[in-house]
Design a protein around this ligand. Structure first.
Ligand SMILES: *Cc1c(COP(=O)(O)O)cnc(C)c1O
Ligand SMILES: [Zn+2]
Length: 464
């Protein structure tokens, strides 16, 4: 199969090809990012997306049961017998009229793609099953990642569930949420906490995996992005193969947006869709490198000739000023997104925009998502907060059809949720205030009552 799938430099001037089994994940000629590429002309590609609905009838086959691998004809890099699946991708695209009202959209126009239903509770499992499969095809014994939490939880669960590899996880000190850390520990991963933040941890893990020959599963790994394409395939399927007007996604390392752009570009090339949705990426304002470069400094893909000097100068200034990412949305607390060039390409292909939202806006949006019946972690709610902004600006119309990706489960970060709901809206000066949150619009505080039957009944009659 190896000549039908290979790795290829994304730089159109270079286009160097790399063997499918290579695990350095950098172009040997120019140092650029790699795609997984396919010789589609020689591969059996379905003639219609409806083909995939047929797989619901063969769900006793674990590959057809997986919400990722049942689309495997659209990322055919591994033979079936090498695939490592733990039933990922059984996720939900739910119409969300309550949240639509909050952001100023019409009923029936907003859908939430809830990736919290994955085995480890975040969308990361879509990519991890693909990277893990690749790692297995190259005979890796150990796999490593740096993580703000969800990548490590995902890697750890695949290692635990399959006992094929040992997980080595690098986390920064400080802001990893307890839900995520508890997963890595419980699934038995070797967890290395280094004195530094995510960006530091990512730099170290790249050095160390090179030196020790450990398989790297950070999103610089292009195989992960292949699995993440299926989030879009499932959305299209849920919408009866109609193309939405907008996909809105939080931006951290920019793996998702890159993979979504690639998914739509390939579906177009294969003649399976006739137009692309637009893509909106939402940064937290405390980690807004992509927003700054794309919207403020006008950085564009420009056919692959993007302004590297501008990008380097921006990164250098961050280094010199020792600027650190800072947001309660820990999953997107990233100032040096590794997939930035691929994200530029995706926005170019899909008419993209980037916005930034404050932690205050994120937490309010998160509370509305919860009240609408789908809980998410703070980073995920950035998509809804960003949508609210784009509707206000008139970029997204109230009647557009929009899908926000909810990237992770509510229970990933219970501290943030409890701090929000226990804040007193009037005397708002507590924990969250110290972190820069300005207001709590939708707090649902616990009602304090004495241990007395009549008082309890009184309280229930008053509030419910
Ligand atoms: C990893 C992660 C993100 C960021 O996704 P990227 O692909 O790195 O941009 C957003 N939300 C959650 C919950 C995540 O785990
Ligand atoms: Zn190259």
């Amino acid at each position: 199969m190896s000549d039908l799938a290979f790795q290829q430099c994304i730089n159109p001037r270079c286009r160097a090809t790399v063997d499918l089994a290579d695990t350095s994940f950098r172009c040997p000629a120019c140092g650029g990012l790699l795609d997984v590429a396919y010789d589609w002309d020689r591969l059996p590609v379905p003639t219609s997306l409806r083909h995939f609905e047929g797989k619901w009838a063969t769900r006793t086959d674990p590959l057809d049961f997986s919400g990722v691998w049942r689309f495997r004809e659209l990322f055919p890099f591994a033979p079936d017998e090498r695939v490592m699946t733990i039933g990922e991708g059984q996720t939900l695209c739910q119409r969300a009229d309550g949240v639509a009202a909050y952001v100023g959209m019409r009923p029936g126009c907003l859908y939430l793609q809830y990736e919290g239903m994955n085995p480890s509770g975040s969308f990361k499992d879509n990519g991890m099953t693909a990277a893990f499969t690749h790692a297995r095809t190259v005979g890796a014994r150990r796999a490593a990642c740096a993580s703000t939490g969800n990548t490590s939880a995902s890697l750890a669960i695949y290692c635990a569930a399959t006992s094929l590899m040992r997980a080595v996880i690098f986390i920064g000190s400080g802001k990893i949420s307890y839900g995520k850390l508890s997963q890595a520990l419980d699934y038995g991963a070797l967890t290395v906490q280094i004195a530094g933040d995510f960006d530091d941890a990512l730099r170290r893990v790249q050095e160390i995996s090179r030196q020790l020959g450990i398989y790297l599963v950070n999103s610089v790994n292009p195989f992960r992005l292949e699995g993440q394409k299926t989030i879009m395939f499932r959305i299209l399927e849920a919408l009866r193969w109609e193309i939405p007007d907008w996909i809105v996604v939080p931006g951290g390392n920019l793996g998702n947006v890159s993979s979504f752009g690639k998914a739509f570009a390939e579906l177009r090339d294969l003649g399976l869709i006739d137009r692309n949705p637009r893509l909106a990426v939402v940064n937290a304002s405390g980690a807004d490198t992509f927003y700054q470069l794309y919207e403020r400094h006008g950085l564009r893909w420009n056919g692959g000739d993007f302004d590297r000097a501008k990008l380097d100068a921006y990164m250098k200034a961050m280094d010199v000023g020792d600027l650190r990412a800072d947001t309660l949305a820990s999953a997107i607390e990233i100032n040096r997104p590794v997939n930035l060039p691929k994200a530029l390409r995706a926005l170019d292909q899909c008419g993209g925009v980037v916005r930034e939202v404050s932690d205050t806006e994120i937490l309010d949006a998160k509370a509305r998502v919860g009240a609408g019946g789908l809980g998410c972690e703070p980073a995920s709610a950035a998509s809804v907060a960003g949508l609210l902004k784009l509707v206000k600006e008139g970029i997204i119309a109230p009647s557009d059809r929009v899908v926000c990706v909810l990237t992770g489960h509510l229970l990933k970060d219970p501290d943030a949720t409890v701090a929000y709901h226990s804040s007193d809206p009037k005397t708002f000066d507590e924990k969250l205030g110290k972190r820069g949150v300005k207001r709590v619009a939708f707090a649902n505080r616990a009602v304090q009552v004495p241990n007395d039957l009549n008082e309890i009944i009184k309280a229930i009659e008053l509030y419910a």
